[in-house]
Design a protein around this ligand. Structure first.
Ligand SMILES: Nc1nc2c(ncn2[C@@H]2O[C@H](COP(=O)(O)OP(=O)(O)OP(=O)(O)O)[C@@H](O)[C@H]2O)c(=O)[nH]1
Ligand SMILES: [Mg+2]
Length: 301
């Protein structure tokens, strides 16, 4: 099926996928009914966030080395926080992820942020759902952690990685508690620099249960993304989280959070996320769930 440039295709046809993403971004005629017709996919979404320049793209590049070993199809979305006129970041990512642009299993796409500053717009939800439906099995989403975006990425990703550097001490002091709570894994990148161990210790203190509500101990992994140090440990941690509890209860919370974002894009009213989650859970278990069909009933008459 093809609707004004968007089509149902497999994860091999990168050209059509790129074209479809552009069509979704531009909300072409018929894109809503296309989204409503998508089959569910089964991808793990890995969110990578952190302050500007922390090494998120370099880390993504290094992680790909581990992920491609699985032989699965991988999509990378770089959400460019800068203005659409600042091509610097996009070009930089092209250079950093250079070796992957021609890899048959790796699809890379930069998306400009529109709407809220630093926040993620709804089209990123639509695009990740599309990539899932196309059959990608890992979807990596890189966003710069400014303002709300790190909180929103957590609503999108099965595993959220917060990347910090030894100099992030001041950042952490000013970061809202929110970011500490969304992290499933902390990466202290650029640990080849002075002060890495001291920073890790401070971070541990800040993550003590007295300060941060979180069920488990959040792992902290030291990396040097530019040389690959710590990357195997990081990927082991990711795989472990992906096979754990996330696949169960958190899954429904994530879908409810996405539904909430999409509904609030359509209208503002008091919507109860817990009730959404319950209803979604029932539908998912009945195998009748499609996110975009589901939120239709919340549309303004
Ligand atoms: N010393 C050192 N430098 C690193 C490391 N990882 C990345 N860098 C360098 O840090 C700079 C920024 O890296 P990026 O990967 O572009 O960082 P980013 O977080 O994606 O940056 P934005 O997307 O612009 O926010 C580059 O010059 C990298 O080569 C590391 O582990 N050690
Ligand atoms: Mg980057």
């Amino acid at each position: 099926m093809e609707i004004a440039g968007i089509q149902h295709i497999g994860a091999d046809d990168f050209k059509s996928i790129a074209r479809s993403i552009t069509a979704i971004e531009n909300e072409v005629q018929g894109f809503s009914s296309f989204l409503e017709s998508m089959k569910p996919g089964n991808a793990a979404v890995i969110g990578i966030t952190g302050p500007p320049g922390a090494g998120k793209s370099t880390l993504t590049d290094a992680l790909l080395t581990e992920l491609v070993k699985t032989g699965k199809k991988i999509a990378v979305l770089c959400v460019d926080p800068s203005s659409p006129f600042n091509m610097g970041a996009v070009l930089g990512d092209r250079i950093r992820m250079n070796q992957w642009y021609n890899h048959p299993d790796v699809f890379i796409r930069s998306l400009a942020t529109r709407g809220t500053l630093g926040g993620l717009n709804a089209s990123i939800i639509e695009i990740t759902e599309f990539l899932k439906s196309a059959g990608f099995e890992y979807i990596l989403v890189e966003t710069v952690g400014v303002g709300q975006s790190e909180i929103e990425i957590a609503g999108l990703a099965d595993v959220t990685i917060v990347v910090l550097v030894p100099e992030s001490g001041d950042d952490i002091q000013t970061m809202k508690a929110g970011i500490m709570e969304v992290a499933d894994i902390f990466v202290v990148n650029k640990s080849d620099r002075a002060g890495a161990d001291r920073f890790v210790n401070n971070l541990k203190k800040m993550l003590a249960p007295a300060f941060v509500k979180k069920k488990d101990n959040v792992p902290i992994i030291k990396t040097v993304a530019s040389t690959g140090v710590g990357i195997p440990e990081l990927s082991t941690e990711i795989f472990q989280l992906l096979t754990g509890e996330i696949k169960n209860e958190k899954k429904y919370e994530l879908i409810a959070a996405k539904a909430f974002l999409l509904i609030s894009k359509k209208r503002t009213s008091d919507i109860n996320v817990a009730a959404l989650k319950q209803e979604i859970k029932e539908q998912v278990l009945n195998k009748s769930f499609n996110l975009f069909r589901y939120i239709k009933k919340f549309e303004k008459p």
